[in-house]
Write a protein that binds this ligand. Structure first.
Ligand code: PEP
Ligand code: MN
Length: 338
């Protein structure tokens, strides 16, 4: 951490800041320039709040050098994390993992139709919401446990892993027997109590970026889960809210290579929610894989006009098959396989 003193700072003020830092456990290196004194403080605790220093008299500004997260940071596992998801599927290694399915489980027929198709096309994980976070309390809220049962049944039938969104702590135990991966939605990225509880479970967690969350906030949320002992966290870029209204969200392609620099955790892309438009999903999916994403999560519906949620961004079966074909050369170009 660098503490730059004001030009007008007195020797006494500088001394007080040095003593404060030493009391906090830092070792301090002082550089006295012609105009300004700069203090380099080494040995910061990760939870140190730099604002506590900014208020001391004579301090101009404080700059943190080390990241405020430890377990989620790249330096904790420089080689990267590979997570065994089950059924021979690994994420974070050479394999590009495609998760696909409807936004919400609506009926056995709908789910099985989609599952059969996406499995045939090469998806290894079946997605489907049973508990849905809706902007309106009057919108369809999901099938609940019935939906989870159908997901498990379809997963067994088509040899797929199953992912579904958990919205609150009380749902964790209920979901345990039915799902292979817990999904934490954008709206819950900073539901810290939920994250802490997911730190205690023995199943991987897909953590989606909040609609207005910075990458640092996303990694701090991952840190909550990891601090509890669950290191199997997969991150997901699902678009952020910007001034653009043509698309539902703005896909932040920067996030993919940036997370790879900052963290060892796998990261996947969700072009469905990032664009909100089925016509854009194919191109954005390919861009994400080219940028280094470890996988994709894609919404598919046999009849998007009739979908109870997110029809406009859901791919028709044929469009999903085409996407899987179109991905192939990109996956190979980046030296990976499906
Ligand atoms: C979803 O996956 O259907 C969903 C609600 O996603 P998000 O949390 O990214 O909005
Ligand atoms: Mn959705």
């Amino acid at each position: 951490m660098i503490v730059a003193m004001q030009e007008s700072a007195t020797d006494e003020q500088i001394q007080q800041v040095v003593e404060h830092l030493v009391r906090m456990g830092f070792s301090v290196h002082r550089t006295t320039g012609e105009r300004q004194t700069v203090l380099a403080a080494v040995g910061a605790r990760v939870d140190f709040d730099t604002r506590n220093l900014e208020v001391l008299s004579g301090v101009e500004h404080v700059h943190r050098i080390s990241a405020p997260y430890k377990l989620a940071g790249r330096s904790w596992r420089p080689q990267g994390t590979i997570i065994e998801l089950g059924r021979g599927v690994q994420i974070g290694g050479d394999q590009v993992v495609v998760m696909a399915g409807p936004c919400s489980v609506e009926s056995k027929q709908q789910l099985f139709t989609v599952a059969e198709l996406v499995a045939k096309a090469g998806a290894r994980v079946l997605r489907g919401g049973a508990f849905k976070p809706r902007s309106s309390p009057y919108s369809f809220q999901g099938m609940g446990e019935e939906g989870l049962k159908l997901l498990r049944e379809a997963g067994e039938h088509f040899n797929m892993l199953v992912i579904s969104e958990v919205m609150e702590i009380s749902q964790i135990a209920l979901m345990m027997p039915y799902i292979d991966i817990f999904q934490v939605g954008a709206r819950n990225m900073q539901n810290f109590n939920l994250l802490r509880e997911l730190g205690k479970v023995k199943k991987p967690v897909l953590l989606k970026r909040g609609i207005a969350a910075t990458l640092e906030e996303l990694l701090l949320s991952a840190e909550y889960i990891m601090a509890g002992g669950n290191y199997d966290v997969i991150l997901c870029e699902r678009g952020i809210r910007t001034f653009e209204t043509y698309t539902r969200n703005t896909f932040d392609i920067n996030a993919i290579p940036a997370i790879k620099e900052l963290s060892h955790l796998p990261i996947i892309a969700d072009p469905s929610h990032a664009t909100g438009k089925a016509s854009l999903v194919n191109a954005v999916s390919r861009a994400a894989i080219a940028a280094g994403a470890d996988g994709l999560i894609i919404e598919v519906h046999p009849n998007p006009e009739k979908a109870l949620k997110d029809g406009a961004q859901s791919l028709l079966p044929e469009a999903f098959e085409k996407l899987m074909r179109d991905l192939k050369p990109i996956v190979e170009a980046v030296g990976r396989h499906q």
